[in-house]
Design a protein around this ligand. Structure first.
Ligand code: FAD
Length: 214
């Protein structure tokens, strides 16, 4: 039985929130195939879900934790990442919160010993880097996902195994209530580099083509 941490993580720079686990209808026998299931609600899973929703594709995200990522991870978004966020139409809170930068200087005993200047062109919309902690990146993406009717985030649901046939992908999922199967046309592994899950490689399992509705 999956037991996600129920206490908010301790942090000096971020106030964590618990996203409640919700009982999945599939446990009561409701088994319609999902068009796309994404494993992992990190930056990649969340951004992919927003992109698919933009094209009218319903998405189910499975996240084993009940809260956002732990500790110090990404602190700088590159220009390209910002451009992708802009394409998704979600860049505003990032620009409001983040600190844009184009060069760095290192000092030793008051003397500048190193200076780094990142290339920037007048035609670039954004500076090369934007300082913002990963927790905020994920928070903003989760907020946008939660406003999107086509995206269903399932917190506290851990993917144990994935199998596929010509017709469908089946994900075996562990929850605080026990296990169930979820059937999908496509499954996308966005479970990070830690290789904790049964999916543990970043590609999409294709069982059947999906049709974008717009
Ligand atoms: C110390 C450090 C510093 C870094 N600094 C930077 C930086 O400055 N800039 C930058 O761009 N990047 C940085 N990175 C890298 C950045 O953190 C990763 O590239 C990013 O987190 C990858 O996003 P992701 O969505 O692919 O995976 P993750 O963020 O790892 O998200 C994967 C998600 O999948 C969930 N998951 C895993 N297995 C399962 C399962 N079986 N079932 C359900 N859910 C599951 C996890 O709980 C997690 O929420 C840094 C990383 C570290 C560790």
């Amino acid at each position: 039985m999956h037991s996600p941490e129920l206490e908010c993580r301790a942090s000096v720079f971020y106030r964590y929130e618990i996203h409640p686990y919700q009982h999945p209808n599939e446990m009561d026998g409701d088994r319609p195939a999902k068009p796309v299931v994404i494993v992992g609600a990190g930056p990649i899973g969340l951004a992919t879900a927003l992109d698919l929703a933009r094209f009218g594709v319903p998405v189910t995200i499975l996240e084993e934790d009940l809260q956002l990522s732990q500790g110090s991870r990404a602190i700088v978004l590159t220009r390209r990442s910002l451009e992708i966020l802009q394409q998704l139409g979600v860049e505003s809170p990032f620009l409001e919160k983040g600190l844009p930068w184009s060069h760095g200087r290192s000092f030793f005993r008051g003397k500048e010993i190193y200076k780094m200047i990142m290339p920037h062109d007048a035609d670039d919309r954004y500076l090369p880097g934007l300082n913002i902690q990963q927790q905020y990146i994920e928070e903003y993406l989760v907020n946008y996902c939660q406003q999107e009717e086509l995206i269903d985030i399932r917190w506290g649901q851990k993917v144990l195994a994935i199998s596929q046939t010509e017709a469908a992908v089946t994900l075996r999922i562990d929850t605080p209530e026990g296990e169930y199967d979820l059937i999908a046309d496509w499954a996308i592994a966005a479970d990070g580099a830690a290789q904790r899950s049964a999916s543990s490689c970043s590609f999409a399992w294709k069982a059947a083509p999906i049709q974008a509705t717009s």
